[in-house]
Design a protein around this ligand. Structure first.
Ligand SMILES: O=C(O)CCC(=O)C(=O)O
Ligand SMILES: [Fe+2]
Length: 380
């Protein structure tokens, strides 16, 4: 559970583990088996030989660090930027973040910026984007939509001024080709993994899961999380050693499960991610900047009728080095019905969850605290 303010976490039980590693270049039937086992036992695994070019990843990391290095006053002017407040219900952590739309629609926009008519009118264009993003339904959509507007505005130099010229200095805001190449790479990876999962589970339609995030109306998002080093003042041992001693950690991004289908996470080489395989125990996992860390979201738990687990996790800070992660959250369209393929439901494993839409689930998610177990509300 996330507290209203970051708390010391020295008293918790910490048990480091190694995540399963899946080599996507290995023999396919072996890969599918490994993935299924990892999702059943851990809900998390690392993928190597994933096909996303190193250069694309390196540019994205550089763009992220460049953005977070900007003065706070500049960053705060950007609607998709957040600092310490997570969500809308009082959750806090030692993190700053940036949210971007990661839908096929936004990728196309970022890629085809040169196709935007040079004579479009600022507010017409903005309202078109706001409309497409269902802004009437959820306030976070406004955030993503504004990001798209800012991106386009900067490139076309037409609407960037809506948010003040300082904003336009942020590399990440106008480096849309980096964002689109990265997003496209991780989305493809997510689809490939979802297809391997379907195959491994014996689902006759191999695209049953991946189709939802390939959809043009997919509601996927990308979040940069930045965790500056923090000396835990509660700690009696005041020496600022360079070791990632647990006594110096604070909660950066609190205990939660990801609500979407699948998360593709990457971080720099600084530890911080912890998963919880057992209540009351936190399992730190080592960072691997060459790999992507993949985890099952709540919707995939539902669509596998509980065979895969959406495992709770969090990120902690340290006292010696900045950590940055980039998470792609693959989500379906808002009106998609979330239901397990019939092969997942058997007499031995009866249907566990009600049928609902992503819009319904998302609404509940955003009305609750980060750490609450919203999936339980959808059990039969
Ligand atoms: O920063 C991390 O490693 C984890 C972040 C996370 O869990 C999230 O953004 O949902
Ligand atoms: Fe997460």
């Amino acid at each position: 559970m996330v507290a209203a303010s970051p708390k010391s976490i020295r008293s918790e039980k910490i048990l480091p583990i190694e995540l399963p590693v899946v080599d996507l270049s290995a023999e396919r039937s072996m890969v599918t088996k490994l993935i299924v086992k990892a999702c059943e036992d851990y809900g998390f695994f690392n993928v190597v030989n994933h096909g996303v070019p190193r250069d694309t990843i390196a540019k994205m990391e550089e763009a992220g660090f460049d953005f977070f290095a900007k003065p706070m006053a500049q960053k705060k002017q950007l609607p998709p930027y957040g600092c310490k407040n997570i969500g809308f219900n009082g959750d806090m952590g030692e993190v700053e973040y940036l949210l971007l739309a990661a839908t096929p629609h936004s990728i196309a926009h970022f890629k085809n910026i040169s196709n935007v008519p040079s004579n479009f009118r600022r507010w017409d264009f903005m309202s078109e984007i706001l409309f497409q993003s269902h802004v009437n339904m959820y306030s976070d959509e406004l955030i993503y939509s504004l990001m798209a507007v800012i991106n386009l505005g900067k490139r076309e130099n037409q609407i960037g001024s809506v948010f003040g010229s300082d904003v336009c200095d942020c590399a990440i805001v106008h480096d849309s080709s980096t964002v689109s190449a990265y997003t496209e790479g991780v989305r493809e990876l997510a689809c490939e993994i979802l297809e391997l999962m379907a195959e491994g589970l014996g689902v006759p339609d191999a695209r049953a899961f991946s189709r939802l995030i390939r959809d043009v109306d997919s509601d996927s998002v990308l979040r940069f999380n930045h965790y500056p080093p923090i000396l835990n003042k509660d700690c009696k041992d005041k020496d600022k050693d360079k070791s990632p001693s647990h006594s110096h950690t604070k909660v950066g991004f609190g205990d939660h499960s990801d609500p979407q289908i699948l998360t593709i996470l990457r971080s720099n080489d600084v530890p911080g991610l912890q998963i919880s395989l057992q209540d009351g125990v936190w399992n730190p996992v080592a960072p691997d900047p060459q790999a992507f860390c993949v985890n099952v979201g709540d919707l995939l738990q539902v669509m596998t009728n509980g065979r895969f687990v959406s495992v709770r996790h969090r990120a902690v800070t340290n006292s010696y080095k900045c950590r940055m992660s980039v998470a792609y959250f693959g989500a379906p369209p808002l009106d998609a019905c979330i239901v397990a393929p019939s092969v997942m439901v058997t007499p031995q494993r009866p249907s566990l969850f009600k049928t609902f839409t992503w819009a319904e689930y998302k609404k509940v998610t955003y009305s609750m605290r980060l750490g609450e177990r919203r999936i339980d509300l959808f059990r039969k």
